[in-house]
Design a protein around this ligand. Structure first.
Ligand code: CTP
Length: 431
């Protein structure tokens, strides 16, 4: 146990100074109730990392505030003093709280100090409110098991029961106990993320815990949704930066195979470059889907089922994959417009995925996404009617023709479009 400069700690980790007052209120209540309040996990780790390596650290995404005591009643008291509400209460004795401080809203996670009991391999644990020591020892890695006390009996004290600070200095990712990955195999993927994010190494214990996990087939027993959710976290704001490293480490540790996921290593580069080139063109949701779809070797559908994709989406993917395959041997000979007509039949998520599976179509596909799909005629249907085009099918056909000529670069502006229409009407009257 070492003393810590609380003021400096709070200043560093709080995303907004408005939270200081809120926090001091929470501390007062915990003192009055004689319930120990502390910060744990990422905020403490990142603060110590900053102190050790003098590196700038991003403000934490979430603040994990832990209370050894009756959290529900604590929050009730707190929310009588500050505007806010409990948004969500989980089965794990945690609460997501929204507070309003001078018109600004903040989300804070409150957690009950707890003990976890894993009754089944790779299944979520049963949890019980407990002592802070149990709450430390239930955690994934030593570097995540440090806490900083905010109220007596350990106000302003860094508590390190597992030599976590030493491992931060050594740069080691070390599980707290041998069965850690049997209980919760998602921790392996968390460990990989920390390894890459901080440039750390796995400890010997990491590999022993991994061996144990493989022996018990725990990764096979991990649910598809949890597996997919964990992999999705590989996608950061700039996936191209670390994704290759994350995927290669996962591959080298044989985790994909152990989790019964058939993936195609050759797709890694294609996937990463596609995400990079289409940055800004695709939504976060699309990005996640493409990432998981793209990772899987499309010859093995059971892998898609393994990741929890619904039957309907998998069937769609197969249907569109077939469509591309039918045209693949002939791809270079197709005209630009013919390619576009094929692309337009395929919804974007599947189309992008197929761009990963079939490098041959990738260049055209990127151009399609960035440019061609956005090309629209300046003229509207009504303006065509004014120019003398008959209402009905002809309008659609002409608008399509304008689009085609624009994409092929034959016409450029509204004037050109009008001329094209007039030419069309003239030809028609001649026939
Ligand atoms: N934790 C754990 N096992 C998990 C998930 C989380 O033991 N499978 C514990 C770790 O001690 C972790 C804390 O819960 O530090 C909070 O988890 P989370 O918010 O996911 O991670 P952070 O540590 O805050 O780190 P980051 O978000 O920066 O990855």
């Amino acid at each position: 146990k070492t003393k810590i400069d609380l003021e400096d700690f709070l200043k560093t980790i709080l995303p907004d100074q408005k939270l200081l007052k809120f926090l001091s209120l929470a501390r007062d209540i915990s003192k009055k109730r004689r319930e120990f309040l502390y910060f744990a996990g990422g905020v403490v780790r990142d603060y110590l990392l900053k102190r050790l390596y003098k590196k700038r650290i991003p403000k934490p995404k979430d603040l994990d505030l832990v209370l050894q005591g009756n959290l529900k009643s604590f929050l009730k008291e707190l929310l009588e003093k500050v505007k806010g509400q409990i948004l969500f209460e989980s089965q794990f004795l945690t609460y997501k709280v929204k507070i309003n401080l001078n018109g600004k809203e903040f989300l804070i996670d409150f957690i009950t100090a707890r003990k976890e009991i894993y009754e089944d391999i790779a299944k979520l644990p049963k949890v019980f409110a407990s002592h802070f020591e149990d709450d430390i020892l239930r955690r994934d890695f030593t570097i995540n098991a440090l806490i900083i006390g905010l109220s007596p009996p350990y106000e302003g004290v860094l508590i390190d029961l597992v030599e976590g600070e030493e491992d931060l200095k050594k740069g080691l990712i070390k599980p707290l106990y041998l069965n850690s990955f049997v209980d919760d195999p998602t921790r392996i993927f968390r460990g990989i993320r920390y390894k890459i994010r901080f440039g750390f190494n796995f400890s010997e214990d990491f590999f022993l815990a991994l061996k144990k996990c493989f022996e018990k087939s725990a990764l096979k027993k991990l649910s598809g949704t949890r597996l997919a959710n964990e992999l999705k976290l590989y996608l950061t704001k700039e996936p191209e930066k670390n994704l290759k490293n994350l995927l290669m480490t996962t591959y080298e540790l044989n985790l994909f195979e152990e989790a019964e996921l058939k993936i195609n290593k050759k797709n890694f580069n294609s996937l990463i470059s596609l995400l990079k080139e289409l940055k800004g063109e695709i939504s976060e949701r699309e990005k996640e889907k493409i990432f998981l779809f793209g990772l899987v070797d499309s010859r093995f559908l059971e892998s898609l089922y393994r990741l929890g994709f619904p039957d309907s989406e998998i069937k769609e993917l197969i249907k569109y994959k077939k469509l591309i395959e039918e045209n693949l041997s002939n791809w270079e000979k197709l005209s630009l417009w013919e390619k576009i007509k094929i692309f337009e039949k395929i919804p974007s998520i599947y189309l992008l995925t197929l761009g990963i599976y079939f490098p041959k179509i990738k260049k055209d596909l990127i151009k399609f996404f960035k440019e061609y799909r956005k090309v629209k005629p300046e003229l509207t249907g009504e303006e065509l009617i004014k120019l003398g085009v008959k209402e009905g099918k002809e309008i659609g056909a002409l608008l399509e023709l304008i689009r085609k000529e624009k994409i092929e670069g034959k016409i450029k502006n509204e004037e050109d479009e009008k001329n094209l229409v007039i030419q069309f009407l003239l030809n028609k009257s001649k026939n």
